[in-house]
Design a protein around this ligand. Structure first.
Ligand code: PMM
Length: 347
């Protein structure tokens, strides 16, 4: 599990518009939280018009797709009634989709997912990986939409008490493998599925770094990987001040962009972020780096450092090259995280 060697590659899930699948680099998903209480931006874009305006800014900053959510997942958050969740997200999704944006719906509810796809969403992003709603996999199979299955152990009000692992990387991998099997058993096409380690969800700070450092272990399940590190608590702890006070969410965007670059270098399919501009730059840096490495020395490199990130050619968009269609993904670097000390809310 701890091998730094490169693993198998994954490409885009399907179906997605060619404007995205033509891209070889890691995609950037911009977060549009239509909630009064999300941990890093709660309330700022609660009204549909404000959410749409914010989403347009994210597109201008370089977002490849937009993730629209109507229910906060911060630790301790209470459930939102299903009709309230629908009221929040559906008008925003419909407007963005009709304007040509590629939209994802961040929901754990089958009813909301089905309605969102009918309103134009291409992707169902389910932080529960299907565990919160027994009807979700039927909707995934029937709609044929791309489905992000995140690692999850329980709702926000209880998740901090469920963070016990023998080996966090292997346990998360095995639980995601079970989700993948269950999806296929319910009639979904594996090509629809993206896997996500669920950073911060039932994971204290110290558990998030091994998951990032071993994205190759998740990628070995044969599906694209999405990384959602943006502004999370473990980054706040990493950047704590001299008195040990975690950096506040608005101070975590530089670290988020650094994770995006490293995740892209490790072959992640997509990064989900609040500050799109920083990560849009970061994935392009990772891409240019990998392409230059491949161009100068070819896959496997004359300099023998084990790099095998061939560019796969440049096509579409502003760059090419991170996710190698014939090659490999690698690992990032590890570091020690700190346990939660402050009662702060936020994944
Ligand atoms: N994190 C949050 C919400 N949705 N979806 C995926 N797939 N992966 C994540 O890590 C993830 C997510 C955390 O909440 P936020 O929207 O307030 O950042």
């Amino acid at each position: 599990m701890c091998s730094p060697t490169l693993g198998p590659v994954t490409r885009h899930p399907s179906p997605l518009p060619a404007a995205l699948t033509d891209l070889r680099r890691t995609l950037v998903m911009g977060v549009v939280n239509v909630t009064p209480d999300s941990f890093s931006d709660g309330g700022r874009w609660y009204e549909p018009a404000a959410a749409v305006a914010h989403a347009r800014e994210l597109l201008a900053d370089g977002a490849d797709l937009l993730d629209v959510g109507g229910e906060s997942t911060r630790p301790g958050a209470l459930r939102v009634p299903v009709d309230e969740e629908r009221r929040r997200v559906l008008p925003v999704i419909a407007e963005l989709a009709s304007a040509g944006a590629v939209v994802s719906v961040d929901t754990t509810r089958a009813r909301v997912a089905a309605d969102a796809v009918a309103a134009g969403a291409h992707v169902i992003n389910d932080v529960s990986g299907g565990l919160a709603d027994p009807d979700m996999y039927r909707v995934v199979a029937e709609t044929g939409a791309v489905y992000v299955a995140m690692h999850w152990r329980g709702h926000a009000d209880v998740m901090d008490s469920l963070a016990t692992y023998d080996d966090v990387v292997l346990d998360v991998r095995d639980e995601l493998a079970q989700r993948l099997d269950a999806l296929v058993g319910a009639g979904a096409d594996p090509a629809q599925v993206v896997l996500d380690p669920g950073l911060g969800f039932a994971k204290p700070g110290s558990d998030n770094w091994p998951l990032l450092a071993h994205l190759d272990v998740l990628a070995a399940l044969g599906r694209p990987v999405l990384v959602g590190a943006s502004r999370k608590r473990f980054l706040g702890h990493l950047l704590a001040d001299a008195d040990g006070r975690p950096a506040p969410p608005e101070r975590r965007d530089g670290a988020t962009a650094a994770v995006s670059a490293l995740a892209a270098a490790a072959g992640a399919w997509c990064v989900r972020v609040h500050d799109v501009a920083g990560s849009a730059d970061a994935v392009r840096v990772a891409d240019a780096w990998a392409a230059a490495r491949a161009d100068a020395h070819g896959s496997g490199g004359a300099h023998g450092s084990g790099g095998t990130h061939a560019s796969g050619g440049r096509s579409g968009g502003r760059s090419g090259g991170t996710v190698d269609p014939s090659g490999t993904v690698g690992t990032g670097t590890g570091a020690a995280g700190a346990p939660r000390q402050d009662g702060e809310h936020g994944v």
